[in-house]
Ligand binder design. Structure first.
Ligand code: AMP
Length: 376
């Protein structure tokens, strides 16, 4: 029996722990919250902050391998644990992914396309960025931004002052605006022996900066799959990565541009629980536990819809034929990801009727036209 220690006890840790049960892989987590999402499915919770060395060491001493469920864990105390147990994915990947400037430099350094960017520390640089990168542009804090938080759009030089004030000296980057056709992601997994596997490209629809739904495999994704896998392989191999890596992409004129990477299982891969032969959660556990990787092939077409803020009526949700409900056991709070719904069928067109119903029940009916396009 293997024991995996997860730093962070949110819904990703919860779904990792659930995927571990059939394989007799047991998960412990370290989380400062008294009752995190993963609490009910764990072997053991260690209460403590993510930089609490004693708590991290207690977790490591109880486990065969340590992993993490979000990227805002400080890399250094984790790197320290590597003397006790393997820490997978490597903390170098974590350090790169949690700083947008390092991330962009690293990805661009491998020759992978990213939006043109510049480091921003002060207002004159912001004005220079407008000149060099053109307008509109996006300003993002280097650290701790997620789901569109810590981001500002600049449409004219006149916006620079307000954004500089909002930043209040926080290091940031400016990025040229990419007029993309759609947002995609690829999820890859790498074993310690270098073997890699990739899920089919997923098409993602965001609402106010937060993922609303995903469709997989992405329509017309076959033509882009080799390009996406080549990008993922370069990143996985160069980082000597072990585990699941998610890469968010923009498609423009048949070309893929990397937006960002997440060194962990990812919201856009939740469809793999029912929609792929081996889920991203199971494959992450297999990789970090030195077990053979599972098949990443899809079982047909899948739709995943996030439940944000409030639970819709469960009676009505569960009456939708084929719907799977995942409740993260989190308190309801405006905008918070508290669960997801998924649906699979043998082809995309069969997802439409129930898919539209799912969007309606989840309060996302304003995205029906986007869903119709994504399923076309
Ligand atoms: P991020 O936090 O970097 O994932 O950005 C959140 C969302 O903002 C993305 O999912 C895109 O919809 C949008 N976005 C981010 N960067 C750019 C860009 N350079 N050009 C256009 N849209 C962007």
């Amino acid at each position: 029996m293997k024991r995996v220690g997860i730093v962070g006890g949110g819904q990703l840790a919860r779904m990792l722990a659930l995927a571990g049960h059939p394989l007799a892989i047991q998960c412990d987590v370290l989380d400062p919250a008294p009752d995190p999402s993963a609490a009910t499915v764990l072997r053991r919770q260690f209460a403590g902050g993510f930089e609490d060395r004693a708590a991290l060491e207690a977790l490591a001493d109880d486990c065969d391998v340590v992993t993490f469920d979000f990227e805002n864990v400080t890399a250094q105390p984790l790197a320290h644990l590597a003397a006790r147990v393997p820490v997978r994915p490597p903390t170098r990947a974590l350090a790169i992914a949690q700083d947008r400037l390092q991330e962009k430099n690293y990805i661009a350094g491998l020759g992978i396309p990213v939006a043109p960017f510049m480091a921003i520390d002060a207002q004159p640089q912001l004005e220079l960025a407008c000149e060099r990168l053109g307008l509109p542009l996006l300003v993002k804090t280097r650290r701790l931004g997620y789901d569109g938080k810590g981001q500002w759009r600049i449409d004219s030089l006149a916006d620079c002052e307000a954004v500089t004030q909002a930043l209040a000296g926080t290091p940031a980057i400016a990025e040229a605006w990419v007029p993309f056709e759609r947002e995609l992601s690829i999820i890859g997994v790498r074993a310690a022996d270098g073997q890699t596997r990739y899920y089919p490209l997923t098409q993602n629809c965001h609402d106010h900066g937060v993922l609303a739904f995903s469709v997989a495999p992405a329509p017309r994704g076959e033509a882009l799959q080799a390009q996406a896998e080549a990008i993922a392989k370069m990143l996985l191999d160069s980082l000597e990565y072990v585990g699941v890596l998610a890469i968010e992409l923009f498609e423009r004129d048949g070309r893929l541009i990397v937006n960002e990477i997440a060194p962990r299982v990812h919201n856009s891969g939740h469809w793999t629980i029912e929609g792929a032969h081996c889920s991203q959660f199971e494959n992450h556990l297999r990789a970090v536990c030195d077990l053979p990787l599972g098949s990443t092939a899809s079982r047909g077409a899948s739709l995943m819809v996030n439940v944000l803020g409030r639970w819709p009526d469960r009676q009505r949700l569960l009456a939708v034929p084929g719907l799977h409900l995942h409740d993260y056991c989190k308190a309801e709070r405006a905008g918070r990801k508290i669960g997801h719904l998924s649906l699979s069928a043998d082809c995309r067109s069969k997802l439409w009727a129930q898919g539209r119903q799912m969007l309606q029940l989840a309060g996302l009916e304003h995205l029906s036209a986007s869903l119709e396009r994504a399923l076309a």
